[in-house]
Write a protein that binds this ligand. Structure first.
Ligand SMILES: *[C@@H]1O[C@H](CO)[C@@H](O)[C@H](O)[C@H]1NC(C)=O
Ligand SMILES: *[C@@H]1O[C@H](CO)[C@@H](O)[C@H](O)[C@H]1NC(C)=O
Ligand SMILES: *[C@@H]1O[C@H](CO)[C@@H](O)[C@H](O)[C@H]1NC(C)=O
Ligand SMILES: *[C@@H]1O[C@H](CO)[C@@H](O)[C@H](O)[C@H]1NC(C)=O
Ligand SMILES: *[C@@H]1O[C@H](CO)[C@@H](O)[C@H](O)[C@H]1NC(C)=O
Ligand SMILES: *[C@@H]1O[C@H](CO)[C@@H](O)[C@H](O)[C@H]1NC(C)=O
Ligand SMILES: *[C@@H]1O[C@H](CO)[C@@H](O)[C@H](O)[C@H]1NC(C)=O
Ligand SMILES: *[C@@H]1O[C@H](CO)[C@@H](O)[C@H](O)[C@H]1NC(C)=O
Ligand SMILES: *[C@@H]1O[C@H](CO)[C@@H](O)[C@H](O)[C@H]1NC(C)=O
Ligand SMILES: *[C@@H]1O[C@H](CO)[C@@H](O)[C@H](O)[C@H]1NC(C)=O
Ligand SMILES: *[C@@H]1O[C@H](CO)[C@@H](O)[C@H](O)[C@H]1NC(C)=O
Ligand SMILES: *[C@@H]1O[C@H](CO)[C@@H](O)[C@H](O)[C@H]1NC(C)=O
Length: 813
């Protein structure tokens, strides 16, 4: 019986294999084995069995191109097909989409939402994964995006609240191979508009924490350039959540798995697997209220554990029952509030409308049962014109956490300082008596203070940093997940900035090698006080680099501000910069052609990310060999974003009064007129390309083979069809000629005089990766000619500085 059934099944499967279309019409129902494939081939709809035994059959949607079938939607999750031979998905006479099996028994139905019915409806599977039932005039009658199962796809809306009521939820599968309705679900919080909850049945299992106005949060994947956004949209009567991805290439999904864990996943086509961008809860103590009242889960630790809030101690011997006050609270108007930064706010808050921060504090101070408050400005999502979000807590605080990103200040009520004052009075009276005792105590305290003070000063420093960074609202610095490193820690790490630790000097200051506690190697950039880098640039660099993550961008590990000191702490790259190899007679042999080509492509991808793929358009403005760092595998990482300029929206170019950059890499329009755009970076990239190919410096003070500079030399060889002579003699052996000629050709396209003639970075990447794409003919560039005339606005790269060499007069040939 089983085999007979299997044979029938396989037969059906084979016969209908060629039937793949993106539409279902009344005349053409879908049987097991048939599939609808969306127009671009991203998604498929068909019959599937989650188990190997084929005992149960479901209709679902999965990724067509992903080998491991990943189901994102199931139609009949609680009504599996048991008689596959008679199963059929079809459009009924009344224009409903119906799944039935033997004898017309209906297993599942999608009813169109137009009462009159009508005929000629079709079903189409869209490339977004949305299955749409539509009328002949393309009016949507039903869509799967309104009927969620356990997955949210980009473009799908999860309606959290509608007219104050929980509207939609996603519900987990019951087991890994069982799509039926499971125990866990995710929905908006019925008691507030500010958070989402994961439920185990009807009890909370995980909670997001109240959102704080940063309603769009970006998440990054470091391996690829894709950025994922989570957005909460509040339209008054409806509040919904959506996800989107910066580029449409990766397949991304948010799903609630059968164990109750929310996971954001991205398909990694290199590893052929789904990579987890984040998952919640990832630790036991992140589960709802698992640390008890007044306890919090310290998720900022490597191994999150429960702790008590300041002023609280474990209730009983173990913390599992929560925490209680060390000192009983006597309610008084003089009570102060302790600021706890980086917190996920507790549950069960009261939302008080239309309050300023101070009024919010007063609200809490005035009521003796109030234990804490938190405040945010919902500038991006006002609640009916009111942008304030004042939350207060009465009584116990439940389900708190200290988090590394996305947390906010929680203001915790502390006993009035009058109690403390009394103590000091007492001390004064008995001072003579216990003076000697105090001295002894002091000696002991020194030990304790030393260790605690470190932490305290770090906390204060962090607070200053956060305030400092928040000033640049344009960048939304508040939600940067960013580690601040204490100054003392840096001093220890760099051996008090010992000259032995110095790695080099740059235009903005010195760079030191450091070893942080725990042995992590870092490069510390100490910005010189008198450097050209102002506070503004520093802020730009910190915020930008903290947000940008790409395998071809150097990673910022942390930063530190201490009095006049501004320090940036980067990952340490053992191989230093590209110029240290390229222009060194002995070391350049390490860079064979495959390595150089890899570096070229890596820099191109990094620059593409800066220009187009990150959320902001960033122009580097100082791209050069000295700013390309190499890691142990000789993969390039672009560094030094200090001069990056941010463009909003459609602003394509800008004027600047202060020209920064490095001689030779600056495009004519930038050097001469101060006009910069992404095309100025393209120019620098072209120059860099010529340097990598030829091994000559653009800023070489000497004539190159009798030519005034590298550009003139390259053009001349190219024009005469001798471009191969440009190739560095130390790599000429290892290089396929067509590849290197293509690179020279691309370089010449990039250094054309008119910005409009230069290709965009996306074209450059395409031209580099696809060696059959046709290339346009480059126009002859005007050559810069060295004139020893120093102008104050040229900042020479200090490492390869040539005295007095500078901006130039433009001379045609
Ligand atoms: C289940 O169906 C698939 C085709 O969908 C087939 O390849 C497989 O052999 C079947 N397994 C059993 C146990 O019948
Ligand atoms: C496919 O999925 C199965 C079960 O989920 C897993 O065991 C297997 O490793 C996956 N294969 C690939 C190539 O990811
Ligand atoms: C649908 O309509 C056709 C004729 O228009 C009729 O033959 C058929 O029985 C109807 N089917 C159902 C299920 O009502
Ligand atoms: C489209 O057709 C539906 C019925 O199929 C009808 O209710 C609707 O008014 C039509 N819309 C337009 C714009 O013609
Ligand atoms: C039917 O559902 C679609 C999709 O949700 C919606 O856009 C449309 O407004 C609905 N039409 C009616 C008449 O409710
Ligand atoms: C789902 O809930 C039932 C009881 O309500 C319980 O027995 C079962 O273990 C739960 N499953 C999971 C995965 O938690
Ligand atoms: C979910 O709740 C059920 C009881 O309602 C319980 O048996 C189960 O262990 C819970 N699951 C988890 C993962 O906590
Ligand atoms: C990034 O790449 C590394 C190795 O190349 C891999 O182990 C890791 O899982 C990847 N991470 C993501 C999020 O794809
Ligand atoms: C908010 O409060 C101010 C006074 O504090 C009042 O003038 C204003 O009308 C209030 N706005 C709303 C929307 O309630
Ligand atoms: C304090 O707040 C609670 C809860 O809102 C309320 O019941 C109580 O009346 C308030 N007390 C005072 C003195 O305002
Ligand atoms: C830049 O400045 C020049 C002259 O000062 C002016 O003609 C040009 O319009 C400006 N461009 C922009 C984008 O502001
Ligand atoms: C390479 O470019 C050619 C011409 O533009 C195009 O036909 C081809 O599909 C491209 N190949 C790839 C792999 O993108």
């Amino acid at each position: 019986m089983g085999t007979a059934f299997a044979t029938v099944f396989v037969l059906v499967f084979l016969i209908s294999l060629c039937k793949s279309d993106d539409q279902l019409t009344p005349a053409k129902p879908l049987h097991p084995g048939d599939m609808l494939i969306s127009d671009g081939g991203v998604f498929a709809l068909g019959f599937f069995s989650p188990t190997k035994s084929n005992a149960t059959l479901y209709v679902g949607i999965w990724y067509h191109k992903i080998p491991n079938r990943t189901v994102v939607w199931v139609a009949n999750r609680d009504n599996p097909i048991t008689a596959p031979s008679s199963a059929m998905l079809f459009i009924s006479n009344s224009s409903d989409l119906v799944l039935s099996e033997s004898g017309g028994h209906t297993l599942w139905e999608a009813r169109n939402n137009i009462t009159t019915g009508g005929s000629g409806a079709t079903v189409v599977l869209l490339n977004s994964g949305n299955l749409v039932l539509r009328s002949p005039n393309h009016t949507i009658l039903w869509q799967s995006f309104d009927h969620l199962t356990d997955t949210i796809l980009p473009g799908m809306k999860l309606l959290l609240k509608y007219n104050g009521q929980v509207a939609q939820r996603i519900v987990s599968w019951k087991g890994p191979d069982d799509p039926s309705t499971g125990n866990f679900s995710l929905s908006g919080d019925p008691n507030s508009d500010f958070q989402v909850l994961v439920w185990n049945g009807t009890s909370p299992y995980w909670r997001s924490g109240a959102w704080n106005g940063a309603l769009v949060s970006a998440m990054f994947q470091s391996n690829t350039s894709s950025v994922t956004y989570q957005t909460i949209i509040n339209k008054g009567n409806e509040i919904y959540m959506m996800y989107s991805v910066s580029d449409d290439s990766p397949s991304m999904r948010l799903m609630l798995d059968y164990t109750g864990t929310i996971k954001m996943l991205i398909w990694n086509s290199n590893l052929f697997a789904w990579s987890v961008l984040f998952s919640n809860p990832s630790y036991t103590c992140e589960r709802y209220a698992s640390c008890g009242p007044f306890g919090y889960c310290d998720a900022a630790e490597a191994f999150p554990t429960c702790k008590c809030l300041d002023g609280f101690k474990p209730d009983g011997l173990s913390i599992s029952r929560g925490c209680v006050r060390k000192e009983q609270m006597k309610c008084s108007y003089g009570d102060s509030f302790l600021t706890l930064p980086g917190m996920k706010t507790p549950d069960k808050f009261l939302y008080i409308r239309n309050r300023s921060l101070d009024e919010c504090m007063e609200e809490c101070r005035h009521n003796c049962s109030c234990t804490a408050y938190a405040y945010a400005n919902l500038s991006t999502a006002s609640m009916m014109g009111d942008t304030s979000r004042c939350l207060v807590w009465m009584g116990e605080l439940l389900d708190l956490a200290k988090v590394t990103g996305g947390g906010e200040n929680l203001y915790l009520r502390l006993p009035s300082p009058t109690a403390v004052k009394k103590e000091t009075d007492v001390v004064k009276i008995v001072l003579p008596v216990v003076a000697s005792l105090l001295i002894l105590t002091c000696i002991c305290l020194v030990w304790i203070c030393k260790s605690r003070g470190k932490q305290r000063s770090k906390e204060i420093q962090n607070k200053i940093m956060v305030q400092y960074l928040s000033a640049s609202n344009e960048l939304g610095a508040e939600d940067v997940d960013f580690p601040f490193i204490g100054f003392e820690e840096v001093v220890i790490a760099t051996n008090n900035f010992s000259s032995y630790n110095m790695l080099g000097k740059g235009g903005f200051g010195k760079v030191y090698k450091g070893i942080l506690e725990g042995g992590k190697e870092v490069a510390v950039k100490r910005l010189s006080k008198g450097s050209g880098q102002g506070i503004e640039e520093f802020r730009n660099e910190v915020v930008l680099i903290a947000r940008l993550q790409h395998r071809n961008l150097v990673k910022l590990v942390g930063c530190c501000i201490h009095e006049d000191e501004k320090l940036l702490i980067y990952e340490y790259l053992p191989n230093k910069s590209l110029d240290a190899f390229l222009f060194d007679a002995t070391r350049k042999t390490v860079l064979d052609w495959p390595n150089r080509f890899k570096i070229i492509k890596g820099v191109a991808r990094g620059l593409l990310y800066l220009h187009q793929d990150s959320r902001l358009t960033i122009i580097h403005r100082d791209l050069k060999a000295g700013n390309i760092l190499l890691d142990a595998e000789m993969s390039p990482k672009i560094s030094d974003f200090g001069m990056a300029r941010i463009f909003g929206g459609n602003q394509q170019q800008a004027n600047t009064t202060r020209v920064v950059g490095t001689y030779g890499y600056m495009s004519p329009e930038y050097a001469m007129e101060g006009v910069f755009s992404v095309k100025s970076d393209i120019y620098s990239f072209g120059i860099l390309l010529l340097e990598i190919i030829s091994g000559f410096r653009i800023s070489s003070p000497h004539l190159i083979m009798g030519f005034p500079n590298l550009i003139a030399y390259s053009w001349s060889l190219w024009k005469d069809g001798n471009a191969r002579d440009l190739v560095d003699s130390s790599v000429v052996e290892s290089c396929p000629l067509h590849e290197v000629l293509r690179c020279i050709h691309i370089a010449l396209l990039c250094i054309q005089d008119h910005p409009d003639d230069r290709p965009l970075m996306s074209s450059v990447v395409f031209m580099l990766e696809n060696n059959t794409a046709p290339l346009p003919q480059p126009k002859q560039p005007i050559f810069f000619v060295h004139k020893k005339r120093a102008t104050e606005y040229a900042r020479e790269n200090m490492e390869n500085s040539v005295n007095g060499v500078s901006i130039t007069a433009l001379e045609g040939r």
